[in-house]
Design a protein. Structure first.
Length: 282
């Protein structure tokens, strides 16, 4: 695997590949890699001729400085995992490569996506996500960008950013990979104590409850019950929400609209998010 740290060199490398007509899949990450990330790398490997991963803990998307400081960094292990998965190129920049002194921040009109759910609890977060993903895609103009459904709202935000900027890239969304217990894999899980890891299963339990108990009509009681599962396990809840696929809140279900359940909650100072399609077979 080729490891490139400089913005200029990655641009030149990708340019050469594109000149040869090679199809590139790009998988941006913040490192502390787990099987969820690696499954996306494998998908890109299956579907594209050349897979590029990036590892960059993006300061502009952290609204909480202590979350940024505590974000796990495991670069050596990450490199081993990427090599084992057959990743072709890793872009591993320092902050100055992504945000040089002459970098001009811009504002993305994300509409309602900016202020709901994660947007409401993490002000500015999605502006930071757009900033870094646009910058990365300008350096790595891949044909296909791979993101994980685990960050459902992020996928929608990035789709909007692609629309706004006119970047010529296809977005593919990879399924969420879970531990055998149902806990969605996340870099932040490393910060959970063994007790908190057990309690964290309540997130999947609450989502599964929403899915299994869903009936037409008002959803208030259903949501209150799911909240209770989290509270009983020591979580502080940011939201337990049921929405349509575009993330519009649904409080009364017509029995037809495809629904998604989304949860954000904190246990032992670790904030976790997860989501599940509540209708259909997956
Ligand atoms: P992150 O390093 O957390 O920024 O994640 C990098 C990419 O991996 C994002 O597109 C995430 O949505 C995706 N991802 C994170 N966790 C998982 C998971 N458990 N399953 C599948 N994809 C994931």
């Amino acid at each position: 695997m080729l490891i490139i740290k400089s913005a200029k060199l990655i641009q030149e490398h990708i340019e050469k590949l594109r000149m040869k007509g090679i199809c590139i899949g790009f998988v941006p990450t913040m490192g502390a890699l787990h099987e969820g990330h690696i499954s996306i790398i494998r998908q890109s490997k299956r579907e594209q001729q050349h897979t590029v991963a990036s590892i960059f803990v993006n300061p502009t998307q952290f609204n909480n400085p202590s979350d940024f400081e505590k974000y796990p960094v495991t670069v050596e292990n990450d490199i081993e995992m990427l090599e084992a998965a057959g990743c072709d190129t890793l872009f591993l920049p320092e902050v100055e490569e992504i945000y040089p002194p002459d970098f001009v921040k811009k504002f993305y009109d994300l509409g309602y996506l900016e202020t709901i759910l994660e947007g409401a609890f993490r002000p500015g977060h999605f502006q930071g996500v757009c900033l870094v993903v646009e910058r990365l895609l300008r350096l790595i103009p891949a044909q296909v960008l791979y993101l994980g459904e685990k960050d459902y709202q992020q996928c929608m935000v990035v789709a909007r950013m692609i629309e706004l900027t006119g970047l010529n890239v296809q977005l593919k969304i990879a399924p969420t990979i879970r531990e055998s217990t149902g806990l969605a894999m996340s870099s932040r899980n490393r910060r959970l104590t063994p007790d908190a890891t057990k309690a964290a299963l309540a997130i999947h339990e609450a989502l599964t409850y929403l899915k299994n108990q869903l009936t037409t009509g008002t959803l208030n009681e259903l949501i209150a019950f799911a909240e209770n599962i989290l509270l009983k396990n020591g979580f502080k809840i940011d939201y337990v929400s049921v929405t349509d696929q575009k993330l519009q809140l649904i409080d009364n279900w017509d029995g037809k609209t495809p629904l998604v359940g989304l949860i954000a909650a904190t246990i032992h100072e670790v904030r976790l998010i997860d989501n599940m399609k509540l209708t259909g077979t997956d």
